[in-house]
Design a protein around this ligand. Structure first.
Ligand code: NAD
Ligand code: 2YH
Length: 263
């Protein structure tokens, strides 16, 4: 059976430095903290110029234009000393280790990992992304209730929902996949969100590969929408109408979460 994949495209990654700076100011506005401070609070770590080897991978759908270059820019932005190997795949891995990489970053079509070769810690992009976007949402400075809506309960959404439950939030969850929804209800105690009987939220965390997944009826004025989902979960029109504080970025926030988690 073919597994559905949400692959990045080169155009998602254009001008990643500018996208990261904009995301950083959105995170600061919502939480009062930089992305790096949120990572530090989550994992209790800070980088000190660790050497990061980035290995392009040709398997499956192959190399994505701008992917390795973006990882390079992102890891530098967060204070790592990174380099991209000349060779891809196994030869690139060998090159990374021979050139002193302490952490290796590499991704195929299914798994994007960070592996710290010094302490053995390994991180997967999907849970790390879910956890940091959920953490950002949970730190909304103007929060007025413990209710959070989670839309999309897959490989990114489920760990994010688990993180919010663990932090003591009352989590309402929605996913059209009934099996996933039931699993999330029974294992996390998430409350199924009833689309027919919606309520308003000031904190929303979304992780789906679809546009327009957030119905207007759940938006409250100035609510936070923290979403790694590509394309964006909300139209520009709705964002403006409710003055939604949107935190979204295609690769850097999740990568920061991975890197800090393996230190
Ligand atoms: P996934 O396929 O595991 O999960 C997506 C879930 O969304 C599925 O369970 C699906 O049923 C659900 N869904 C689909 N349409 C929906 C709708 N209208 N309302 C509610 N739920 C709906 O995918 P994933 O690995 O969790 O990734 C989710 C998204 O996050 C993808 O777009 C992926 O590209 C993106 N992503 C972004 C980053 C980043 O750094 N920005 C990192 C990882 C993944
Ligand atoms: O984007 C992906 C997959 N969706 C897995 C990550 C989970 N969010 N992979 C990137 C593939 C990169 C490519 N092999 C390269 O350029 O090295």
């Amino acid at each position: 059976m073919a597994i559905k994949m949400a692959l990045l495209t080169p155009s998602d990654l254009i001008n990643i430095n500018k996208q990261l700076q904009e995301a950083d100011s959105a995170v600061r506005k919502v939480t009062g903290l930089d992305i790096k401070d949120v990572c530090k609070a989550l994992y209790g770590t800070s980088p000190s110029s660790e050497k990061v080897g980035i290995v392009p991978v040709t398997s499956g759908n192959g190399i994505i234009g701008n992917f390795s270059a973006s990882l390079h820019a992102i890891s530098q932005y967060f204070g790592f000393d990174s380099f991209v190997t000349d060779m891809p795949d196994v030869s690139g891995y060998y090159e990374a280790v021979r050139n002193g990489a302490e952490v290796v970053l590499m991704a195929d079509d299914h798994t994007y990992l960070a592996h710290n070769l010094k302490n053995g810690k390994i991180a997967n992009n999907q849970p790390c992304t879910g956890i940091i976007y959920a953490e950002i949402a949970s730190r909304y400075l103007k929060v007025d209730s413990k209710d959070v809506l989670v839309v999309g309960l897959g490989k990114v959404g489920f760990p994010g929902a688990a993180h919010l439950v663990q932090k003591g939030f009352r989590v309402y969850g929605y996913d059209p996949d009934e099996t996933l929804l039931q699993k999330t209800i029974s294992s996390l105690g998430v409350i199924p969100f009833d689309l027919e009987n919606p309520k308003k939220f000031s904190i929303i965390f979304e992780a789906t590969p679809c546009a327009n997944t957030i119905p207007e009826a759940v938006l409250s004025e100035n609510c936070v929408l923290s979403t790694p989902g590509i394309p964006c979960a909300i139209s520009e029109e709705l964002r403006k109408k409710y003055d939604v504080q949107l935190v979204t970025e295609p690769l850097g926030i999740g990568t920061a979460s991975m890197l800090y988690s393996v230190l």
